[in-house]
Ligand binder design. Sequence first.
Ligand code: 5GP
Ligand code: ZN
Length: 115
Amino acid sequence: MEDCIFCKIIKGEIPSEKVYEDEEILAFKDINPAAPIHILVIPKKHIESLLKLEEADYELVGKIQKVINKIAKQLNIEEEGFRVIVNCGKDAGQEVMHLHYHLLAGRKLGSKIVG
Ligand code: 5GP
Ligand code: ZN
């Protein structure tokens, strides 16, 4: 998508601090981290949100989860733990309309899921 920030990051038109990349998936540091470790894991395919996943995309979602686990191991946070969040739509506060998984870690994240 032409005017999508994350598509521009994928194309290298906007710089990012990449932590993982393969043919289908990119992971990079969030520009405004909410925790010491705050990584965004995204499909390279432009999918607007969780709700826009098509039948053929569910395999990709599984691969994203696999990448999240891989990064967690690389960063040695599998012992301490981490949180994965996907915001979908207005009430969840989704700002970038390109599916992204927030991986948060590096501090006690609190017992509440919602703010
Ligand atoms: P959302 O609120 O849509 O779930 O999350 C969007 C996230 O993207 C936010 O945490 C925000 O800080 C991050 N973000 C927005 N623009 C950029 C950018 O240009 N580069 C990076 N690395 N992160 C961004
Ligand atoms: Zn996009």
